[in-house]
Design a protein around this ligand. Sequence first.
Ligand SMILES: NC(=O)c1ccc[n+]([C@@H]2O[C@H](COP(=O)([O-])OP(=O)(O)OC[C@H]3O[C@@H](n4cnc5c(N)ncnc54)[C@H](OP(=O)(O)O)[C@@H]3O)[C@@H](O)[C@H]2O)c1
Length: 195
Amino acid sequence: MMNRKGAEFPSNLHILPLDVTDEGSIQQAANQVQQQHGGGLDLLINCAGILHPSGRGETSLRDVSSQKGTGAFGQHASNKQTHTAVMANISAKVGSTTDNGLGGWYSYRMSKCALNMATKNLSIELGRGRNKVICVSLHPGTVDTDLSRPYHKNVPGDKLFSTERSVQYLMDIVNGLTMQHTGKFFTWEGKEMPF
Ligand SMILES: NC(=O)c1ccc[n+]([C@@H]2O[C@H](COP(=O)([O-])OP(=O)(O)OC[C@H]3O[C@@H](n4cnc5c(N)ncnc54)[C@H](OP(=O)(O)O)[C@@H]3O)[C@@H](O)[C@H]2O)c1
């Protein structure tokens, strides 16, 4: 576990169960956080995601069926916020409508596009008042995880990041965030992505 200044606090790591598609589970986790850390959160990274239940992106319409996507839990995260904090929604470049030149991956693109809209909406709502929350969407690069494994053979070695490398890039961005950045979408290099 790292704070926004990059200092490590492994003894402060508390693992709580949370299913982002289950409202009760989110409420329960939010309550536990509130009880253990009365002041609320400094940093929330909304990272849960799936490419598709099959493990592969849908390349054509016939692959598409109705499935639940990533839920936004900013509502619970912002309850009783007592200080300026950061909410980082882990999005993906393929969630950019402007950048979409290839098509395919219907549900994943649509879910990240919706997540980006949640970032924008939350930035407006949580930017009001005294205790603001800086809300951003982040693209972590192509990262060596189970989610992207079916596509690794098409990715040049230097473009496939270890999780540690990607987290370091993203934490560098998070540590430099101010209210000027809220509502925006950044890649791992700190480049602003169009929605
Ligand atoms: N890997 C890439 O190249 C890449 C590129 C762009 C964006 N991303 C994004 O990065 C994020 C992390 O993905 P990853 O690459 O690290 O994939 P991953 O290794 O498959 O991790 C996905 C995580 O999401 C969690 N999750 C899935 N459904 C959930 C639910 N209903 N409630 C709570 N947690 C849930 C999983 O938890 P369990 O293990 O408990 O199921 C797992 O920890 C995702 O949002 C993904 O879209 C990844």
